[in-house]
Design a binder for this molecule. Structure first.
Ligand SMILES: Nc1nc2c(ncn2[C@@H]2O[C@H](COP(=O)(O)OP(=O)(O)OP(=O)(O)O)[C@@H](O)[C@H]2O)c(=O)[nH]1
Ligand SMILES: [Mg+2]
Length: 305
């Protein structure tokens, strides 16, 4: 009998939600960076193990929205929590916050309140234990969260080196119910090829650029087509526009003599080639669309609502 569970992955920004989903499904379905607010929409990652199918719903990190895009992102968290069988509250083992019930991060309190309100059974996943020098601190972390909410299970793990990740998956398999599988056994995500490619480009911008610049970026994939080169070798041609919010940001993205944009292009092309197992020709342009993060039409155009 086939079984399925829909599992929302929620938490503050940058705690490693997307890193876990990628590890669980065995390939990159959601981009990852050291900057907060990397994930902007809800993204499905699918893991099928014999009769069991886990559908992970990766969500944007919970934060106070400062623009219309942020409001859309927070709506995606709410949407990610509707009709799920369970949720993972992901937290970090090492943070600037104190681990006691009265000092937990407000965003996590808000999420726990929301899980309680919706009656969603939850697992506490404590990520980044590879950074924890003194493992005895785990007791303090577990007791702080558990005193605020009843968790079905608590799993310390590391999405980076994989320690404990299998245990977390095993705990989540307990939420599966008799049901058809909603995805083919070899499907890992609901993301289209177009979205994946745009996201890979955005990931390289996030990893290369600092401060405010990458947060104001959106990618418009203008063209994607396959064409044989002169040697009869198939080449995936990708033409994309990088939109940023300010003329000064455009200068930073392009860099002196185009050096930064070239680096980003090479970085992205290599990844897209690895991903699709074909040679890629990537052409990037940079344009300015002022204040697009406060324009619902533009947000919709970029597929971010
Ligand atoms: N040391 C360590 N770093 C990790 C681990 N898991 C994730 N990271 C890093 O944490 C950063 C954030 O990871 P993401 O997976 O993008 O985090 P996220 O929760 O999806 O972030 P948002 O999408 O912004 O909400 C990246 O630099 C990861 O490489 C871990 O287990 N150990
Ligand atoms: Mg993410």
């Amino acid at each position: 009998m086939s079984k399925t569970a829909f599992i929302a992955i929620v938490g503050r920004a940058n705690v490693g939600k997307s890193s876990f989903v990628n590890r669980a499904v065995g390939q990159k379905v959601a981009i990852v960076s050291d900057k907060p607010q990397t994930t902007r929409t809800k993204i499905l990652g699918v893991l099928t193990k014999n009769d069991d199918q886990l559908v992970f719903i990766d969500t944007p990190g919970l934060h106070k929205p400062r623009n219309t895009l942020g409001e859309n992102m927070m709506k995606a968290v709410g949407a990610g929590l509707s009709d799920v069988d369970a949720a993972v509250l992901m937290v970090e083992a090492v943070t600037k916050f104190k681990f006691d019930k009265d000092n937990l991060p407000p965003a996590e309190i808000k999420l726990m309140d929301e899980l309680k309100r919706r009656n969603i059974p939850a697992v506490l996943a404590i990520n980044k234990i590879d950074l924890l020098k003194d493992k005895s601190e785990l007791f303090q972390i577990i007791s702080a969260y558990s005193s605020y909410m009843d968790f079905k299970a608590v799993v310390p793990f590391s999405a980076k080196n994989g320690d404990g990740a299998d245990i977390l998956i095993k705990e989540l398999l307990a939420f599966t119910k008799d049901s058809v599988h909603y995805f083919d056994d070899d499907t890992v995500t609901d993301q289209t090829e177009r979205t994946m490619i745009s996201e890979i480009i955005r990931e390289k911008l996030l990893l290369t650029l600092d401060n405010e610049v990458p947060h104001g970026i959106a990618i418009d994939l203008e063209q994607i087509f396959e064409k044989d080169n002169r040697d009869g070798e198939p080449i995936l041609n990708v033409n994309a526009v990088i939109y940023c919010e300010k003329e000064s940001h455009k200068g930073i993205i392009i860099g002196k003599g185009g050096a930064v944009l070239k680096k980003i292009g090479t970085f992205a092309r290599t990844d897209i080639e690895k991903y699709y197992g074909t040679k890629v020709s990537l052409k990037l342009w940079v344009k300015v669309k002022e204040n697009w993060r406060n324009m619902q039409g533009a947000i919709h155009g970029f597929g971010l609502d």
